[in-house]
Design a protein around this ligand. Structure first.
Ligand code: ADP
Length: 541
């Protein structure tokens, strides 16, 4: 505790005697300030008790936030609550006595405020008004943390002495923890209120369930979209509204943890009779002292409609490209046949280039059409018993020129006797061309591609091994997804659709496709096809 240099050491006659700081008094104060109070009431109570017991006429308490900045305050004068603006509070704190006490964490007795530079003058401090006063200012601490500053004022100079100051310090000590606790409760209540508001006003339907999936809370948008009152909704299970994706969520929703949100698409079966496509976000939240599940059902109707429109449009374009492409192909064939055999070789090779390019565009459009069809769950075309060797030779022939340009050798090893596979030959031919073309595209010049065919448990296994850069283990699944390209713009050009088509085509035949690759040892694409005819079903061709 320090006294200002200009303070007169002796109290003038007439100053009040300090009140007895008995244990009983402190106990009583302790009881009062630790009761379950909100922050504002607590501050007024602390200030009132301090003023009453120290004999002050006015006083203030400034509370600091977690950044050490003045946040809340209480200000009493003659028992009446006064208020400061945020600016006044900041100025008082930054340039007044409270700031000094906070910065030095030291109590101060100011015998005469008119003679202490740290005392911030207010209009009522003017000589013709209340003039000189005395004050005591003490830090409020909760352990090591500075929680605020209490300043008590008496209109008579030299009113306060050390005993007053000790008593104020003792009250501040009790108050510190209580204020900190009230501040935390206040923050918690504000956060809860904010969550409640966000929850209620959210434009997405939000439901909160227990771990059995019973709905416990619902926001306005959920009630509106589902078409049920809160009471009716709260008697339902979440599974009555949509089918939860248990592969994602795990049995008993055990995969849902607070740090990660599980997302999947589903259909909300509203009680209005509508089926609404939704993207479901499931997260674990702590609410009402227990862990619950929060379900956000984001309406994706518009996106789905747009997707469908885009797909239909693309399918239409691919479809309409077919016949002009076929016309170009057959015209080129006719021109080539009509040309005199001794005609300029350059013209012949130009016609061949045009024919090959047309074939490539035809294959691409067919594959894109198939991709759409297969994704929509439609079956393959007519399945016939086919000799895979013939398809492989045909495919090798198709990419031969490209391979020759890069000086890549392609070898084919097949068993002498090969059983036929039951496939849509055009589709599987395109799968083979895709895989061999990739081998050529991604291999180094003068590399090798080795194709082997063998029988395995009723299936025909084809493996295409190249000696290119290979595919890292982490990408071996993802390359079969649409638009996945590993080397981006640096590598050879492509759309990232070839392998997606291959996977859909092979799996629609009841086979499997995958890649095996060790670092730097090339890629080994493998796929199986059934040797037995497909079981005729209602949709079989
Ligand atoms: P595209 O070749 O048009 O990019 P694909 O779906 O055929 O599309 O292939 C996807 C990606 O997989 C390619 O971009 C490439 O990064 C990688 N890939 C495919 N085949 C091979 C291969 N034989 N060797 C190395 N990487 C390959």
């Amino acid at each position: 505790m320090t006294n200002p240099p200009q303070a007169t050491p002796n109290s003038p006659p007439g100053a009040n005697e300090p009140p007895a700081s008995s244990l009983e008094l402190l106990y009583q104060i302790g009881q009062e300030v630790t009761a379950d109070l909100d922050l504002r009431t607590l501050l007024h109570r602390v200030l009132f008790l301090s003023m009453k017991n120290v004999g002050a006429v006015s006083g203030s308490i400034i509370v600091l936030d977690e950044n050490g900045q003045p946040g809340e305050e209480a200000f009493l004068m003659h028992g009446m609550a006064q208020s400061n603006t945020a600016l006044q509070l900041r100025v008082t704190y930054e340039s007044g006595m409270a700031g000094w006490v906070a910065r030095h964490r030291q109590s101060v007795i100011v015998p005469d405020t008119s003679r202490d530079e740290r005392w911030l003058r207010r209009p009522d401090d003017a000589d013709d008004r209340t003039g000189a006063k005395s004050a005591v200012s003490v830090p409020v601490l909760a352990g090591e943390r500075l929680v605020g500053v209490i300043t008590l004022v008496h209109p008579t100079p030299y009113f306060f002495n050390e005993s007053h100051c000790h008593l104020a310090e003792a009250i501040a000590e009790w108050a510190g923890i209580a204020i900190l606790r009230a501040q935390l409760v206040d923050h918690l209540q504000t956060a809860t209120q904010r969550y409640r508001q966000l929850f209620e006003d959210n434009i997405d339907p939000i439901l909160v369930t227990d771990w059995q999936g019973s709905i416990q809370e619902s926001n306005r948008q959920a009630q509106l979209m589902i078409g049920l009152s809160p009471q009716d909704l709260h008697s339902l299970k979440i599974s009555a509204l949509h089918t939860p994706d248990l592969e994602k969520l795990g049995p008993g929703y055990q995969n849902v943890c607070s740090s990660e949100t599980q997302v999947y698409e589903s259909t909300l079966n509203a009680y209005t009779g509508r089926s609404i496509p939704v993207q479901v976000h499931v997260r674990c939240i702590h609410y009402n002292n227990e862990y619950h599940l929060q379900w956000i059902l984001h309406d994706i109707t518009e996106r789905k409609d747009l997707d469908r429109l885009r797909e239909d449009l693309i399918a239409m374009v691919y479809h309409d490209l077919r016949s002009p492409l076929a016309n170009i192909g057959s015209s080129l064939e006719m021109i080539s046949a009509l040309l005199e055999p001794e005609i300029d070789q350059n013209v012949q090779s130009l016609i061949q280039i045009a024919a090959r390019s047309t074939e490539r565009i035809q294959r691409l459009t067919e594959s894109l059409l198939d991709l759409n069809r297969l994704e929509a769950g439609q079956l393959t075309g007519k399945r016939l018993p086919v000799n895979l060797c013939d398809l492989l030779e045909d495919a090798i022939q198709t990419v031969a020129l490209m391979a020759r340009e890069k000086k890549i050798g392609i070898s084919l090893e097949t068993p002498a006797q090969l059983l036929p596979v039951w496939v849509d030959p055009d589709m599987i031919r395109r799968v083979l061309i895709n895989l061999i073309e990739n081998g050529v595209k991604y291999s180094h010049p003068e590399g090798k591609i080795r194709i082997q065919v063998s029988e395995q448990e009723g299936m025909l296994l084809t493996s295409l091994l190249d000696d290119g850069p290979g595919i890292p283990a982490a990408d071996q699944e993802r390359i079969f997804e649409k638009f996945t390209r590993l080397r981006g713009k640096e590598g050879p050009r492509g759309l990232g659709l070839g392998l997606a088509f291959c996977r859909l085509a092979v799996t629609s035949h009841g086979g499997r496709i995958w890649v095996e690759s060790a670092a730097g040892q090339g890629a080994n694409f493998k796929f199986t096809l059934p040797l037995s005819p497909p079981v005729p079903g209602p949709d079989a061709h």
